[in-house]
Design a binder for this molecule. Sequence first.
Ligand SMILES: [Mg+2]
Length: 368
Amino acid sequence: MTIKRITLHGLRLPLKRPFKIAYDSYEDIESLVISIESTSGDIGWGEAVVDQHVSGETWQSARSIIAEELAPLLIGRPAADIGAFHRAAEARIRHNPSAKASLDIALHDLMARQCRRPLHSLLGGRCHERLELPYVISMLSPEEMARQADEACRQGYRSIKIKLGDMPETDIERIARVREVLTPDMILRVDANQGWSVKQALHVIRHAEPFRVNWYEQPVFIENLESLARVSRATDAVIMADEPVHGLRDMLQVIRLEAADMVNIKLMKSAGLHVARAMAELGMAADIPCQVGSMVESSIATLAGAHLAIAHPNIIANDLVGPAMLSCDVAEMPGDSTHIMLDESPGLGVDIDRDRVRELSAFEDFID
Ligand SMILES: [Mg+2]
């Protein structure tokens, strides 16, 4: 059973409402959906959603790296040779983690489908019953963010993540106004998406102390892990590293510098599940709990993250909210609006609506 043909679909996924964070805003989401067909007739699905501010990839650059450099490495190879794929992909081209992730996810899905087992059973086995989803709020006015937080509480969410990072004084007000509408047991997370300097971060953290923020994600700029370490050393607040931590070497640097208390693992940064799982293991050895985060992805990449999250004891939170933000997805997410629940269906456990994939496609490439 070897790989016969790979199809790449360039999709524009419509959002329910525009998404605004410290360094960009989005009207819709550009996704690359991959299907890998094997000689057995099984199909594995994968996806890349790039963030050019994080990995330097664009929709079109990832398209050409997948179609011209990476996908041809797989034709005629068995799906289970995932380690060999990563070694060949690394030797072929550096970086480009989201392009690599799309094929890594599709290979994992295909391998698990061929074994007729759910993917989580091949990633260590289930260790969480289900995944509780946070509600993510864009960076807006303090009033509007509080209004959305209140609405999320009424919908049954127990955890709210707010996007901050433009003006420290407004950010403190945003935190205060959102905490005001939450019940005391609710979790409040902050993500500044690199928006603050070290001093601004410490200023916000100090003034927001009464509002019980559970953790602060990536308060400072991506390029300098030492700045993140300065924030971490100067406060008792829990600091999570996100954008600067892509793979195992970055994880090691975080550990060496004691730069953060937690790490946000994303498949689009780690080149997929193969390295992401190793990062979760390394984090466990260093007492660094991890979150599985995501870009705004369709149910395909979101479910890949969910299988990893449900199978790893060191993954204590997730940010798998892409499908909840889309007005049109390529499959139904298993679970309800506040939880992801994975059953024993093979692979990612999802039925892709192929008509929907075609409708949303702006282009298609075939590699065989
Ligand atoms: Mg983040």
